[in-house]
Design a protein around this ligand. Structure first.
Ligand code: SAM
Ligand code: SF4
Ligand code: SF4
Length: 382
C-alpha cells in the first residue's frame, strides 16, 4: 500500500535538532534532570494513535479531519516495544506517571499488550508507575475488564454533557451519551478508579450542562473536572468569547451546591480542587469533589512536570509547542544505546524553558494565539 502525501493542513512540522550527546562516552546520568525553570520531569503522556472515532469540534473538526485527512501510516507509529523501551528510559530519568492518550487510545489494536508491558515497569526505588489512560469512553464498556486485567490502574473519561442532543452534536458523530455512561459504569465495576470525568466547557455550547453533570456525579466517588476550552492546535477556530472561565464555573456551581477549596493533591497537579460542603460549610468526603482546569485564565506552568510523546515518537515539551524532538530516529538506530537515549532526554529536558500559558496570561488571556503552527491535540494527546 502506498503512503499518502501529508496535506497542507498538516501540523507535524519538521522536528527540532537533537542535542549533541557524546556518542561512545559514558554519560553522567546523575542527578535527575531539572529544566531551565527548575522543574523536574515526572509525568509522561504517550499518544498511541492520531485517529479517533469522534469529531469533537474543539479537537478534530470534521471539515479538517475528513476522509481525505492523511493520518500517520502504521510504519511511522512507535511499536509497543519502542514505546516500552523509551518509557523505561523516561522512568529512569524521574517519570512516575504515564498516561496513554491520543487520538482515541482504545482504537490502537491490542493496546492491552502495551499496558501489560508498561505495568511491569518499576521506578528506580522499586515502585510501580501510576499508569492511566484518557478515553472518550466509546469502547470502554467492552474493554474495561481487559484493560484492568492488563494492569491499567485507572481511567479518565471525557464527557461534555448529559443531554443526549448536546453530546451528540459536540462529538459530531451522533454518539449517544448512554454508551459513555455505560463505559464509566464498566470502568467502575472493573475497579479502574478513582475515575475522573473531564468536561470541556464551551460558552454558548454546553455551559447549561455544568449543573446537571455536577448533580449526576456528586456522591459517586467519580471526580468531575471542568476544563477551559483551550487554544490548542490550529484547526478548531478558537476564540476567547467561547471560553467560560473556571471562576464562573465555580460561581455557578455554588448557586446550588456549596463548595470549599481543597489543597492540591500533588505538585504539578493541573486541577484546582473543590470539595462539596456539608451544612457546616466543611468538606464532606462522602459527597466528593470537583476540579477546574484553568489553562486559559490561570496558568499552571510554574510546576509543569509533563512531557508528551507523539504517536510517531516526537517529544514535545509543552502542549502549545510547534515542534518536537524526534526520538524515533534514535530508537530505530541500532548503534544508539539506552544510555545515549537517557542522556538525550536529559539534555532536552535541561534545555526546556516552556511556559506558554503563563506568558500568555501576562499578556492578557484574550491575546491568545490565533491560528499558528502548533501541533494538534489529537497528535500529541491531552
Ligand atoms: N480521545 C480521548 C479523549 O477524548 O478523552 C483522549 C485524547 S483527547 C485529545 C484528551 C483530552 O483533551 C480530552 O479530555 C479532551 O476533552 C481534551 N481536549 C481536546 N481538545 C481540547 C481543547 N481545545 N480544549 C480543552 N480540552 C481539549
Ligand atoms: Fe477524539 Fe478525544 Fe479529540 Fe474528541 S477530544 S476528537 S474524542 S481525540
Ligand atoms: Fe505546561 Fe506548556 Fe501547559 Fe504551561 S502551557 S502548563 S508549560 S504544557
Amino acid at each position: 500500500m502506498s503512503e499518502r502525501v501529508i496535506p497542507l493542513v498538516d501540523q507535524r512540522h519538521p522536528s527540532l535538532p537533537l542535542p549533541a550527546t557524546v556518542q561512545g562516552h559514558s554519560h553522567d546520568l546523575n542527578p535527575l534532570p531539572l529544566d531551565g525553570l527548575r522543574r523536574p520531569l515526572t509525568d509522561l503522556r504517550i499518544s498511541v494513535t492520531d485517529r479517533c472515532n469522534f469529531r469533537c469540534s474543539y479537537c478534530m473538526p470534521k471539515e479538517i479531519f475528513d476522509k481525505d485527512y492523511a493520518y500517520l501510516p502504521h510504519s511511522h507509529l512507535l511499536s509497543f516495544e519502542e514505546i516500552t523501551r523509551i518509557a523505561t528510559v523516561f522512568v529512569g530519568r524521574g517519570v512516575r506517571k504515564i498516561r496513554l492518550t491520543g487520538g482515541e487510545p482504545l482504537l490502537r489494536k491490542n493496546i492491552e499488550i502495551l499496558i501489560k508491558q508498561l505495568a511491569a515497569l518499576r521506578t528506580p526505588d522499586g515502585q510501580p508507575l501510576d499508569l492511566t489512560l484518557t478515553t472518550n469512553g466509546s469502547l470502554l464498556a467492552r474493554k474495561a475488564q481487559s484493560l484492568k486485567d492488563a494492569g491499567l490502574q485507572r481511567v479518565t473519561v471525557s464527557l461534555d454533557g448529559l443531554d443526549d442532543a448536546v453530546f451528540r452534536s459536540m462529538n459530531d458523530v451522533d454518539f449517544p451519551v448512554a454508551d459513555v455512561l455505560a463505559g464509566i459504569e464498566a470502568a467502575r465495576a472493573a475497579d479502574l478508579g478513582p475515575i475522573k470525568v473531564n468536561m470541556v466547557v464551551k460558552r454558548g455550547t454546553n455551559e447549561h450542562e455544568i449543573l446537571p453533570m455536577a448533580r449526576h456525579f456528586r456522591g459517586t466517588g467519580i471526580v468531575l473536572r471542568f476544563i477551559e476550552y483551550m487554544d490548542v492546535g490550529a484547526t478548531n477556530g478558537w476564540c476567547m468569547d467561547e471560553v467560560l472561565p473556571s471562576a464562573e464555573v465555580i460561581r455557578l456551581l455554588q448557586t446550588e451546591l456549596p463548595l470549599v477549596q481543597l489543597d492540591p493533591s500533588a505538585p504539578g497537579e493541573t486541577a484546582e480542587r473543590w470539595g462539596y460542603a456539608n451544612a457546616q460549610g466543611e468538606h464532606d468526603p462522602s459527597l466528593g469533589e470537583v476540579g477546574v482546569i484553568s489553562s486559559v485564565t490561570q496558568a499552571f506552568c510554574g510546576d509543569c512536570n509533563r512531557a508528551r510523546l507523539s504517536t510517531e515518537g516526537r517529544l514535545y515539551l509543552c502542549l502549545f509547542a510547534s515542534q518536537g524532538y524526534d526520538l524515533r530516529q534514535l530508537l530505530r538506530d541500532p548503534t544508539q544505546s539506552d544510555t545515549t537515549l537517557a542522556a538525550t532526554v536529559d539534555a532536552i529536558w535541561r534545555g526546556r524553558t516552556d511556559q506558554y500559558s503563563r506568558l500568555r496570561s501576562l499578556r492578557g488571556p484574550d491575546t491568545a494565539s490565533g491560528p499558528g503552527r502548533r501541533v494538534e491535540m489529537s497528535y500529541i494527546g491531552g
